[in-house]
Design a binder for this molecule. Structure first.
Ligand SMILES: C[S@@+](CC[C@H](N)C(=O)[O-])C[C@H]1O[C@@H](n2cnc3c(N)ncnc32)[C@H](O)[C@@H]1O
Length: 266
């Protein structure tokens, strides 16, 4: 990956943590593997998902890898603080995995394929280290699933800028809808896809704060400057688009987004 669209800033770290914490139940009520499993988590970043799934599966051993050394160090730190003992962190590249073939019982990844120019190759590499009969579980977003109230052409334009920037980097911000065909092409079996819709209104203040504001609007705000400098949108429209997204986190605002969780067996 030449450049990662959201970067590795402190602000992005906070956003990833907010996202994971806010969506913990929605994403992970079924992130449970049989006791004694050896699980590879790829692209663990700063451990935002790790610190949820590892304690949920205390009798399994996690091997959590990321290509970014700084992220791994950060992840290790926060797992230590929480006293979680069943994770081994390692800096490693999905495309050059330092594990024997058929080593893992299960594989987990979250928000990783959407950033890769070659997700099929990544799945092929992951499949190699997965035991026959082992499973893959993955979560991806789909920015095309975004809608909100009050509606705003500029906010939609701003969201499309992120899709375009991610595309220019070789990724696909709308990959969620493709999980089924992708897993099929990678020749996994027993494939199933579970859409996880986040619907936010005033009755869910934690989601207003954690998702509408701190996850989604912050994510678009994070690429605002780059989008304007690349002439994908005027400065005026980007500013209004970001303001309108934050407006959806004010009283009366509504926000809707669908993530996709996929399952497959080798
Ligand atoms: C959007 S972050 C997701 C982090 C974490 N899974 C989460 O949900 O918070 C994507 C992560 O994938 C990592 N990544 C990208 N390409 C990779 C590769 N080839 N090998 C390992 N990790 C990679 C990035 O460094 C980044 O930490």
């Amino acid at each position: 990956m030449e450049k990662y669209v959201h970067g590795y800033s402190r602000r992005e770290a906070v956003r990833l943590m907010d996202q994971a914490k806010t969506l913990e139940e929605l994403f992970h009520y079924d992130s449970v593997w049989p006791k004694g499993s050896k699980i590879l988590e790829t692209g663990c970043g700063i451990g935002a998902q790790t610190k949820i799934i590892a304690p949920k599966n205390p009798d399994s051993q996690f091997y959590s890898i990321d290509i970014s050394k700084d992220s791994i160090l950060e992840a290790q730190k926060s797992i230590n603080i929480l006293g979680i003992k069943n994770v081994i962190f390692q800096q490693a590249d999905i495309f050059n995995l330092p594990f024997e073939e058929n080593y893992f019982d299960h594989i987990f990844l979250c928000f990783v394929l959407e950033h890769l120019p070659n997700p099929m190759e990544a799945l092929a590499k992951l499949k190699q280290v997965l035991k026959p009969g082992g499973t893959i579980m993955l979560i991806e977003g789909d920015h095309g699933s975004t809608y909100f109230h009050p509606d705003s052409a500029e906010a939609m334009e701003a969201v499309k800028c992120l899709v375009e920037i991610q595309k220019q980097l070789g990724g696909d911000a709308n990959i969620g809808r493709r999980l089924f065909p992708i897993l099929q092409e990678a020749k996994f079996t027993n494939i199933s896809i579970s859409p996880r819709m986040v619907y936010v209104d005033d009755s869910k203040p934690a989601l207003v704060e954690g998702f509408t504001k701190n996850t989604f609007s912050a994510m678009i705000e994070g690429i605002a400057e780059e989008a304007v400098s690349k002439n994908l949108i005027s400065k005026k429209n980007m500013q209004k688009g970001v303001d309108d997204l934050y407006r959806c986190a004010e009283p009366g605002g509504i926000f809707c987004y669908t993530f996709f969780k996929g399952f497959g067996t080798k």
